[in-house]
Design a protein around this ligand. Sequence first.
Ligand SMILES: [Zn+2]
Ligand SMILES: [Zn+2]
Length: 263
Amino acid sequence: MEFAANKSTAALVALAVLWALEGWIPFFHDFNERGKRYPHAGRNFALGAFNALVMGALFSGLVVWASTQARGSGMGLLSWLGLPAWAETLFAVLIFDAWMYLWHRLNHIVPILWRFHRVHHSDPRMDVTSGVRFHPGEIALSFLFRIPVVPLLGITVWQLAIYESVLLPIILFHHSNLAISGKADAVLRWIIVSPNMHRVHHSDWQPETDSNYASVFSWWDRIFRSYRWREDYHAIHYGLREFADLGWHTLKGILKTPLHKQK
Ligand SMILES: [Zn+2]
Ligand SMILES: [Zn+2]
């Protein structure tokens, strides 16, 4: 489908550009040692490709069906509001980003969701490929929750595609190992989730892990009081302490992560 191709193109272009920039102006220079960078990227990319191709093929048709049914019968918040098209699209992007904030926060609170979401956090280093490191179980659960949420909000397939075309490059950007100036980051994080803001979310210290949940717009964290900042963002230690062992970072280890006894 055309919209699926558009958002995949946006994601792949962002991935390629950010990967090249990371090689050129990295935040952590030692992340670019070939012997580490490539195997790390390979595993994360394999997960991302599996999620996009297999999980996407399994579930996205259901989301499209739920959205089409709802809009066809005039159901859902956006149908009821009857806004002009441009305002409706803007509102759809905002409200779906608010849902993404809530969904991410639930992933940190609900034990069964956290079992899967731990895979995203256990990454001991953070680069653009960390932005696609999600357990297929988390992707399946996020699709299952979208199936009722999309018709309740009355979001159209196109509005969802527009949102995702913005979401995916921004997610890749705020995971990237890119040295941007502290000032530029400060300006960006008033509007979107910046790399330095999301670094705090990947800290292995739980009060920081449980903060900065936003995906696109940073203000959800400010509104719902989960925004957290530290000046020494260079010193953040990434990952999860109980998954420090290298065995957790092979593809097999990553896939087995949800089975590990909860702490
Ligand atoms: Zn998280
Ligand atoms: Zn992340």
